[in-house]
Design a protein around this ligand. Structure first.
Ligand code: ADP
Length: 740
């Protein structure tokens, strides 16, 4: 029977987290998840990607002592976790088939000696008799099952080998089993509980919203150009471009490489070696962009992915949630853009049908897959806040009226001015055809199409015939989906879904209920700048870049991914606080004892060197790290920014950055942002007050030679002697100089 684990206290747990990870607060539900673990109760913890699931089993493993076994589906994931734990001073190992017999023997001996807190294994290894015997010998009492949805074939990522774990309960009746997943559907959840035979589990389901992500759906017009635009909004930052097919991957990646983007392709048609190379380079931050099919991502633990772009529609909302979930795992703002075409569902449908034929899947599979497609299609065409639509899809409620971080709430889209009238026409038409037809037919009638189907049924004589003939088919389909999304129209039935009315429909028709219809960004419109001001507030960007360079060097030396040294949240905080001593450094979230000892001085030196020659304050106030939702929800442009206007005024008079910082009371980094904006807006003839002519020409030449707009390659090409600030000013100016 599960027994309460030895004494532990909340303070003890917090102490361990602070000492090893340098975190001062729990993320939502972490405390309860850890409590269940420490009390030896089975649990199922459902948190979105980036929600902090790992800590839920890692910290209790340290507090509890003994050995916790973690089952994880991919070797790459295990390795990163083990590296991460070791960097935090937590003894952890993995046992896998890539190890030599000698290595494995040594590891097993370590386990026997009780020298490791966490052992990562694959599900296949877990059920090997020898391994089981070892676990029994050392009396393992705790199992953590990561990515637990892999056990359910209702999930989108079923792995047959996970089914083996159904025997866990029987093999280790006295142990507690804890399952962790980001998959939210009720059915999968229940299936995990059943398959693992969890006993009266503590089920904890987190909030599925990812407030730091900005979602956008844009009509696909010129795919490559649109992909480039997104990439250009994220210079020097990591991103994934998802494509529908291998061919699309090859085309898009070749197009990007031609434009000078460091992009790698990734799909199942490449050799294992090529794929590994693409993945490793991306994790090591040697490449910025990976263009991939859905095959990419499961093993990706890079936490500072700043954008996820779907070059075509994904095949389900579950996939979309998971793929976009890889952005911004560090909690900092990130952007998710989906390029949509009304043809995407058709392309998917033929892929699904073909793979069903080849794989011998039954009609159930096809019907299920098509249902998933429809949901995704509806999401793309919807007029409901994207955050709300996603959260509601996963069965949760969303309280915020305007998220401030999706195309619909940021008004990237164009409102249909007489939405209520248009909606009334559509709904009346559904009523006139006696709620007995599907979308296609209703649209034909509304558009006044002269087809057999329409005539045969006498629908050309209806009063609603041709009522919306000036609108396009795809446009009308968008609106029908938008009405469904707002709950004032229903789509009922599986094979040939019919449009039906409900109470809400009648309220709209009687003019008692408002509706919103939008034209999904059909007009070219500059997408607004990222709402990420808050997370950069007070951060010295040059210092951040310098810290990144150091991080990369240390990571290479240790042969670990950069985020294992420190993640971006921690680096930004360092570049904001600019600590003057190791003690101050220790107060930064993410700096635990081991990392402080190992890396603290090196980072402090860079801060020291950077701030030395500049008028940069030290030991500044801590930021929140993660921008609070309510701050982020108010887009920066909503109210006039007096400081910025004052800065513009000073720039006009040629004031230096330091001068402007002093007069406006803003951080130098913020002032630099203002300057870049000023150059874009006011297009001054020259930027002589901020950059000498000689430096200007060198930066420009390097940018042209390297065919890049990125700061870092230029910085490196110029012998790391020209400040990032100056490079940024030159590029901003060159951009407007070229177009004017
Ligand atoms: P998940 O497995 O749920 O996708 P992770 O466990 O990878 O998420 O955590 C995401 C990021 O959040 C990691 O960088 C992790 O170190 C960080 N993190 C987790 N818990 C906390 C916390 N309490 N405070 C600050 N950062 C945290």
């Amino acid at each position: 029977m599960p027994r309460p684990t030895a004494n532990w206290t909340l303070d003890g747990l917090k102490g361990v987290i602070l000492r090893h990870w340098g975190y001062r607060d729990f993320r939502p539900l972490q405390e309860r998840a850890m409590r269940a673990s420490l009390e030896g109760r089975d649990s199922l913890v459902v948190l979105p990607t980036g929600g902090g699931k790992s800590l839920c089993y890692q910290a209790p493993a340290v507090v509890r002592g003994g050995t916790t076994v973690v089952v994880s589906p991919l070797i790459a994931l295990m390795k990163d976790q083990v590296d991460g734990l070791q960097a935090c001073g937590v003894p952890a190992i993995q046992i896998d088939s890539s190890q030599t017999a000698t290595e494995r023997f040594a590891y097993l001996q370590d386990i026997r000696d009780g020298a490791v807190r966490l052992v990562f294994v694959s599900p296949e290894r877990l059920v090997l008799t020898d391994f089981q015997r070892l676990l029994r010998d050392i009396d393992v009492r705790t199992f953590a099952i990561d990515e637990a949805h892999c056990i359910s074939h209702w999930g989108h990522d079923f792995r047959p080998e996970y089914r083996e774990m159904g025997r866990l309960r029987e093999l280790f009746p006295a142990a507690a089993v804890h399952a962790y997943t980001a998959t939210a559907t009720e059915r999968v959840r229940q299936d995990i509980i059943d398959q693992l035979a969890l006993r009266a589990p503590e089920v904890l389901v987190g909030n599925f919203d990812r407030p730091n992500l900005t979602y956008r759906v844009l009509p696909r017009q010129n795919q490559l150009k649109q992909v480039l635009e997104v990439i250009e909004r994220h210079p020097e930052e990591g991103g994934i471009v998802y494509c529908i097919s291998r061919r699309e991957v090859d085309e898009v990646s070749a197009g990007l490489v031609k434009q000078g983007v460091k992009a790698a392709a990734y799909h199942a048609g490449l050799s294992q070696e090529q794929r590994k190379q693409a993945q490793d380079a991306f994790i090591a931050e040697e490449s910025d962009v990976v263009v991939a099919t859905v095959a990419f991502g499961m093993g990706i633990d890079r936490s500072n992915i700043r954008f996820v772009l779907h070059a075509s529609m994904p095949k389900s909302v579950e996939h979309y949630q998971q793929e976009t979930g890889r952005a911004g795992r560090d909690g900092l703002p990130a952007e998710c853009v989906l390029l949509y075409s009304g043809n995407d569902p058709r392309v998917w449908r033929s892929i699904i049908e073909r793979s069903a034929q080849e794989g011998g899947a039954g009609p159930d599979y096809v019907a299920g897959a098509v249902r998933h497609l429809d949901h995704m299609d509806r999401y793309c065409r919807g007029a409901t806040c994207r955050h709300r639509a996603l959260v509601e899809y996963f069965g949760q409620t969303y309280e915020i009226a305007n998220c401030g971080s999706c195309d619909l709430c940021l008004n990237d889209t164009e409102e249909v001015p007489d939405a209520v009238v248009v909606a009334q026409k559509i709904l009346s038409c559904v009523a006139r055809v006696n709620q007995g037809f599907g979308i296609g037919h209703v649209i034909s009638v509304l558009r006044g199409e002269d087809t057999d189907n329409v005539r045969k049924r006498g629908h050309d004589r209806l009063s609603t015939y041709g009522l919306l003939k000036e609108h396009s088919k795809p446009g009308l389909r968008d609106w029908v989906y938008q009405l469904i999304g707002q709950g004032v129209l229903l789509q009922v039935g599986d094979d040939y879904p019919l449009l039906k009315l409900n109470d809400g429909s009648w309220e709209v028709m009687r003019g008692q209920r408002p509706v919103r219809l939008v034209q999904l960004a059909r007009r070219e419109k500059a997408v607004k700048a990222k709402a990420e001001g808050v997370s950069w507030e007070g951060v010295d960007r040059d210092l951040f870049e310098a810290l990144r360079v150091l991080r990369k060097r240390l990571a290479d030396e240790k042969r670990v991914p950069p985020y294992v040294v420190f993640n971006d949240t921690t680096l930004r905080e360092m570049a904001r606080v600019r600590p003057s001593s190791l003690e101050r450094m220790r107060a930064i979230s993410g700096v635990g004892d081991t990392k402080l000892r190992e890396f603290g001085q090196a980072f402090l030196d860079v801060v020291e060197e950077h701030c030395g020659g500049r008028e940069l304050g030290r030991d500044q106030k801590h930021g929140s790290g993660r921008p609070p939702a309510e701050v982020k929800a108010a887009p920066a442009a909503a109210k006039p920014n007096l400081q910025r206007e004052a800065a513009y005024d000073l720039f006009r008079r040629g004031a230096s950055l330091d001068e402007v910082a002093r007069q406006t009371g803003r951080a130098r980094s913020t002032v630099l942002d203002y300057l870049a904006q000023y150059i874009g807006d006011a297009r001054p003839k020259s930027v002589a007050p901020w950059v000498s002519e000689e430096v200007y020409q060198r930066v420009l030449a390097a940018s042209r030679r390297l065919e890049t707009q990125y700061l870092r390659p230029i910085f490196v090409a110029l012998g790391e002697k020209v400040a990032y600030e100056e490079i940024r000013v030159v590029l901003a100016h060159a951009a407007v100089a070229e177009v004017s």
